[in-house]
Design a protein around this ligand. Structure first.
Ligand SMILES: C[S@@+](CC[C@H](N)C(=O)[O-])C[C@H]1O[C@@H](n2cnc3c(N)ncnc32)[C@H](O)[C@@H]1O
Ligand code: SF4
Length: 377
């Protein structure tokens, strides 16, 4: 069963850390022009996942909550007339706290959206200001409470840690507050400072210092510990869920399940190739008005498939499935994995659990280094 991702490329204000493709709309016409073009793309690409049932739809961005509920319903309705949607789909909407008023939530509750992912980022006003967020901590708290009281039972929140000025004490307070709410899922990302962002420029000018390696590791360890105490399973390095609330859509990315990505910069995967749409909403809309989708494509040879599988699976609790490795990459791939994993198993960074290789808690702390050793060049 496949998934559909929709990228809504608009934000009202740009956060200083964010490298996702986003732009500030000049007028409401930009949003309606985009929606029309995106639905045209959905229509043109029905053959991308032939006959596959769609189990998940994820509306992300950018800021999808800038769209009215009526528009969101229209998009979902149109998708269900173009694709075969499962009778019990997981439909997620990313929301920014400042967009969550009661009317919006009441309308949303009547729509097919059944999972919310709210971008809280931090419960501290100092952090929110530094990140150039549009909301305050108390707005975030009110928004989350409102969403819970409206009856949404599957709510996830996003947090960022490893921020300059943060320490384990502050992070612990943030986590304590997080787990005091009846949320079912948490995505907690370590800050990355990517080229082109305001944080990157600040770092270049010496106006921002990244936290130390040691501090990063302590904050990650604290996250894993507190999440586990609150009953959350760490099913991926940055993703935690209570029993029954693992995001099907997210997990499918890591399990090599096919998905179609609609909208500028959205990626798609069908087992043979990966493709990504042009990251420019103007060019995207113009091309679709003429009936074309602008994208780049990369065919996946065996080496690329292997590297992708390792990169995604090793970050999850399901780990590397050795039977899958042998079936897909023959004895050569199997021997390669066993050989490379040897030293990590010896140092207690990985463990062999039946027919799967998984990272231990210690291994998760240096997952990027371990993964890079497995890459076939
Ligand atoms: C694509 S963003 C969109 C979410 C939504 N627009 C919002 O801002 O709340 C998804 C999440 O990625 C995380 N994120 C984005 N850039 C990041 C960065 N440079 N470092 C760490 N986390 C980041 C944030 O937690 C964010 O909520
Ligand atoms: S974090 Fe969200 S609101 Fe901020 S710029 Fe990125 S997509 Fe937009």
């Amino acid at each position: 069963m496949a998934g559909i991702y929709i990228h809504i490329p608009f934000c009202k204000k740009l956060c200083h850390y964010c490298d996702f493709y986003h732009t500030i709309p000049a007028s409401p016409d930009d949003v309606s022009g985009f929606t029309k073009a995106m639905l045209k793309e959905a229509e043109l690409r029905t053959g991308y996942l032939p006959d596959e049932k769609i189990k998940t739809i994820y509306i992300g961005g950018g800021t999808p909550s800038l769209l009215s509920v009526r528009d969101l319903e229209y998009i979902l309705d149109r998708l269900s007339s173009l694709y075969i949607i499962d009778s019990d789909p997981e439909i997620t909407l990313e929301l920014n706290p400042e967009d969550i008023d009661q009317d919006y939530l009441d309308d949303l509750k009547k729509s097919p959206v059944n999972r919310l992912s709210i971008g809280i980022q931090s419960w501290r006003d100092d952090d929110l200001k530094m990140m150039n967020r549009r909301h305050t901590a108390s707005q975030a708290e009110n928004a989350l409470n409102r969403a819970l009281n409206t009856g949404f039972t599957n709510i996830s929140i996003d947090l960022i840690y490893g921020l300059p000025g943060m320490n384990t004490g502050i992070w612990e307070e943030n986590l304590k507050k997080t787990f005091s709410f009846n949320i079912k899922h948490l995505s907690a990302y370590h800050l990355t400072i990517d080229p082109g962002t305001v944080f990157w420029k600040m770092k270049e000018k010496g106006l921002m210092t990244e936290i130390s390696e040691e501090e990063s590791t302590s904050e990650f360890a604290l996250l894993a510990e507190k999440a586990s105490l609150a009953g959350f399973v760490q099913y991926e390095i940055s993703n935690f869920a209570l029993d029954g609330y693992i995001s099907i859509h997210n997990s499918n990315y890591w399990k090599q399940i096919n998905y179609l990505g609609l909208g500028p910069s959205a990626h798609s995967f069908n087992g043979y190739s990966r493709q990504w749409n042009i990251a420019d909403v103007g060019k995207y809309v113009n091309a679709l008005n003429k009936g074309t989708v602008l994208f780049d494509i990369e065919e996946l040879d065996n080496k690329k498939k292997f590297n992708e599988y390792i990169m995604t699976s090793l970050r999850t609790m399901w780990g590397i499935n050795l039977e899958y490795i042998e079936q897909t990459f023959d004895k050569e791939g199997y021997d390669f994995v066993i050989n490379i994993s040897g030293k990590f198993r010896e140092y207690g960074l990985m463990k062999l659990d039946k027919k799967t290789l998984v990272l231990t808690n210690q291994g998760k702390m240096i997952s990027d280094n371990i993964i890079s050793d497995f890459m076939m060049i």
